[in-house]
Design a binder for this molecule. Structure first.
Ligand code: RB5
Length: 148
């Protein structure tokens, strides 16, 4: 189950992402926003990030105007490794090396066709499970544990 979250800056791109997820048969839970009316990205990001942290969703796709606000907000929640990606290489590396569980896109930065390719790369790339990457992700988890 994929948690979706966007603000007004990401609303348009999210509609394209949802069309792709529908046609490819992915299941998702949509945490909004549900219109292009201005809203506050931290309010939308928090429950979606919590759903991943709690294990109710396994991945997330978050979108705001630049992707920066959603990245900052998502990474405040323990267990979240959110990565802002602007190309498929970044999406592949952040799954393979960081075991990122949230893909963040910038709706005012990334064109829909590129965004869909990034989404597909993120969703189909597995974590490498290499020892050095496991060690580094474990260190991130320790940082999480230290702040609770
Ligand atoms: C909204 O105008 C914009 O600030 C927001 O979508 C995002 O880009 C923040 O980082």
């Amino acid at each position: 189950m994929i948690a979706l979250a966007c603000d007004h800056g990401g609303f348009e791109l999210m509609q394209d992402v949802k069309k792709h997820l529908d046609s490819a048969g992915y299941e998702y839970k949509d945490f909004g926003t549900f219109s292009s009316e201005s809203c506050d990205y931290p309010v939308i990001a928090a429950p979606a990030a919590e759903a991943i942290s709690a294990g109710n969703c396994d991945k997330g796709i978050f979108i705001c105007g630049t992707g920066i606000g959603m990245s900052i907000a998502a990474n405040k929640t323990c267990g979240i490794r959110a990565a802002l990606c602007t190309d498929c290489y970044m999406a592949e590396m952040t799954r393979s090396h960081n075991d990122a569980n949230v893909l963040v896109l910038g709706g005012r930065v990334t064109k829909p066709d590129v965004g869909i390719k990034i989404v597909e790369t993120f969703l189909t790339t597995d974590f490498s499970n290499e020892e050095k990457h496991c060690r580094r992700v474990a260190m991130l988890n320790q940082l999480d544990a230290a702040r609770t």
